[in-house]
Design a protein around this ligand. Structure first.
Ligand code: MLT
Length: 394
């Protein structure tokens, strides 16, 4: 008889965003015609930009002609896209070789897949509150997890602990708190990882939301990161690719552990386990890194930034303490009236059809907090902000 992966029995009953979707489904079944203001999962509402759409159309046309048709793409990414991403990093002052850039089908897929590089015995460290997939992917693999809680006292940016860990998850700008590490804050983690021979998995999915020029947008802005870090990024939130799927991963050529080179290992992994991302998507993605594409990215992001400002104005009016929102698309709010995170979720859904994400879904230390996403449409954000003021202002 086959033996199944029993680690699945150690997972929570359902994944956070699935549980939210189920609650919304139940509510709308019971309240016919109810319109839900979705400020929960960070799913974008603005369409892909003009340059991306044009590049996608052109790529579809290429696939229709014998002369320009493409079959399999290189497993680690098309050279035109890998080069465009490396050139984009060079503008941030980070020099990368083209072979250090791997094109992926998105950050969440990659955050799970990359675990193939590490032995089951490695201890994962997750700074919490955290994107729940970091924990779940390691529970599925049967890895020991150190939960490092953060709080208002350390600005939701915990420094490295005294215990040793092997695989360190850092997300900056942070999902869900919106906190962003300074260069000095990240340097402490880089030093810790180099000293302990650990590897940092740096989730940079929200880097495009950083507006303070002193804050690092890549871990490779920190000296020493090339010998201890992998950066995982995505076009989902930057350029509206949540439903289109495209991301990239940076593995420096100097990243070695136990005599093995992690860049070479990932080439071996990708060439075995994937047949590359489609030509059409990679063409669309490469348009993001052109001058015009970057201008359009800034326009897209300004819509979400205005939404975040609108939400923060509402919380100011209500008198609810909040964090994030400035260099990140998420506003992290303290629940009112001593409500639990799920208590506040139910209250908002029942009373005004507004959906957010309960903080406790991001780890125990998120209890009593609540995350609002700025990725909804301007109209829905405006309406939700007004409804929350009317409901919660004393
Ligand atoms: C979130 O809401 O935390 C993200 O949208 C989830 C994701 O990117 O997969």
């Amino acid at each position: 008889m086959i033996s199944v992966n029993k680690n699945y029995a150690n997972l929570k009953d359902s994944y956070l965003f699935y549980k939210i979707a189920q609650k919304i489904k139940k509510y709308t079944e019971e309240h016919e015609g109810a319109y839900i203001y979705r400020l929960g999962i960070g799913d974008v509402s603005q369409p892909l930009s003009a340059s991306v759409i044009r590049a996608l159309h052109e790529a579809v046309n290429d696939q229709a002609e014998k002369k320009t048709f493409h079959g399999y793409m290189p497993e680690c990414g098309a050279p035109f896209l890998r080069e465009a991403i490396a050139a984009h990093y060079a503008k941030k002052g980070v020099n990368l070789k083209t072979e250090e850039v791997f094109v992926s089908s998105g950050a969440s897929d990659e955050l799970g897949d990359i675990l193939d590089l590490f032995d089951k015995s490695s201890v994962a460290l997750v700074t919490e509150p955290a994107y729940p997939a970091y924990v779940d992917a390691n529970v599925m693999a049967g890895r020991k997890i150190l939960h490092l809680p953060s709080s208002e006292e350390n600005g939701f940016l915990p420094p490295p602990p005294s215990e040793k860990a092997d695989l360190i998850y850092l997300c900056s700008p942070n999902n869900p708190t919106g906190a962003v590490y300074t260069k000095e804050g990240l340097r402490q983690w880089v030093d810790y990882a180099n000293e302990n021979k650990s590897v940092i998995l740096f989730d940079a999915a929200y880097e495009a939301f950083i507006e303070d020029p002193s804050l690092p947008r890549s871990i490779f802005e920190i000296d020493g990161a090339r010998t201890c870090a992998i950066e995982i990024c995505s076009l989902s939130k930057t350029a509206g690719f949540t439903g289109t799927r495209l991301g990239y991963t940076i593995i420096p050529s100097e990243l070695n552990r136990e005599g093995m080179n992690l860049n070479a290992m990932w080439v071996r992994n990708r060439t075995t386990k994937t047949n590359g991302v489609s030509y059409i998507l990679q063409k669309g993605g490469s348009a993001v890194f052109t001058e015009q594409g970057q201008k359009e990215v800034r326009e897209l992001i300004s819509v979400y930034k205005n939404n975040a400002k609108r939400l923060m104005r509402a919380f100011d009016e209500i008198g609810l303490p909040y964090f994030g929102g400035k260099n990140a698309p998420y506003v992290w709010v303290k629940c009112p009236q001593n409500l639990t995170s799920w208590g506040f979720f139910d209250y908002l859904l029942e009373k005004i059809c507004v959906v957010g994400t309960p903080g406790s879904g991001f780890g125990q230390c998120g209890e009593g907090y609540f995350r609002f996403s700025s990725f909804a449409s301007e109209e829905d954000t405006e309406a939700a902000a007004k409804k929350m003021v009317a409901l919660l202002k004393k």
